[in-house]
Design a protein around this ligand. Structure first.
Ligand code: NAI
Length: 277
């Protein structure tokens, strides 16, 4: 008779709402033990403000010695102040990933939710490099002083940094048995969507729907995150996975003047625009 050793719990941030809550449901259905983390404490969810370094250190002390995976899902949109965006979307996941990395068991993964908005980042590589090195809220504030940007730009840049940070982490972790990758959704029907509409404009949201037929559902993103966290995904590493119903493909085809109905070059002009959400 063989006995299966239960996998240690998977930590999911942003567990109280939207994509994070859907991920918790999917993992539970798969029999995976989950420790949720969110600004809002709840049943099975530890309270932690991921903008606060001290709170993150306290959270880490409460988490078990062995972790079966980490999903950095929590995030704030471009309606928040730029400092909050960079702290929650960039610094929080970095500090949590750094602290939990040594506790991750073999064949596990760190998966961070980025966004197609990463493609809108306007910061140069040198500026991004400084942000990659930020280790504290003070570093974030200093970066913002030398790079004054609004919330929308901060959101785009935060997601660019998330994508690149996971690629870097994957390279650093090669051979350890722990993978790292990011997932980039397009617009998804969650409470945050209204904020994206406010910062990006109704017309861009409407255009995304016109292109792919509808917005994504939280479960459609969470299912991909759950797969990436699972040992079945052992050969997926260091990449960013677009989960957006074909939005970027449609835009690229338009840029290339490809007629979607025939895959042949068309005579129409492209209808591209910034990436949504
Ligand atoms: P949501 O608003 O439903 O969930 C975000 C969760 O993060 C909430 O439970 C919130 O309490 C938590 N959170 C926010 N600030 C926090 C903090 N300081 N400390 C701890 N927890 C905090 O939004 P959704 O859509 O589920 O977002 C999840 C991720 O997906 C975010 O990183 C977002 O940027 C990303 N995303 C969402 C898209 C969308 O259209 N909904 C599109 C592309 C990316």
């Amino acid at each position: 008779m063989t006995t299966t050793i239960p996998r240690p719990p998977v930590v999911v941030t942003g567990a109280a709402s939207g994509i994070g809550a859907a991920l918790v449901r999917i993992l539970h259905d798969q029999g995976v033990t989950v420790i949720g983390v969110d600004r809002i404490e709840g049943d099975g969810t530890l309270g932690c403000d991921l903008a606060d370094e001290v709170a993150i250190a306290e959270l880490v002390n409460r988490l078990p010695a062995q972790i079966g995976g980490l999903a950095n899902v929590a995030g704030v949109p471009g309606t928040a102040p730029p400092a909050t965006i960079l702290r929650v979307n960039v610094l929080g996941p970095r500090l949590l990933s750094d602290a939990l990395q040594p506790r991750l068991v073999a064949d596990s993964a760190i998966v961070s939710v980025a966004s197609v908005a990463a493609h809108n980042n306007a910061q140069h590589d040198d500026s991004l490099e400084l942000l990659h090195r930020a280790q504290s809220a003070d570093d974030i504030d200093a970066w913002l002083e030398s790079h004054p940007i609004d919330g929308t730009a901060a959101y785009d840049t935060s997601k660019r940094v998330v994508v690149d940070a996971m690629m870097r982490r994957a390279a650093a972790l090669l051979g350890s048995g722990v993978r790292a990758l990011s997932i980039s959704p397009g617009p998804v029907e969650t409470p945050i969507l209204g904020d994206f509409t406010a910062t990006m404009g109704q017309h861009r949201m409407d255009r995304a729907v016109a292109t792919v037929g509808r917005h994504g559902r939280p479960e459609e993103i969470a299912a991909v995150v759950a797969f990436c966290l699972s040992p079945a995904a052992t050969w997926l590493n260091g990449i960013d996975i677009l989960v957006e119903g074909g939005l970027m493909a449609a835009r690229r085809a338009a840029e290339l003047h490809i007629d979607a109905t025939t895959s042949a070059p068309s005579t129409q002009s492209p209808t591209s625009g910034g990436s949504t959400s």
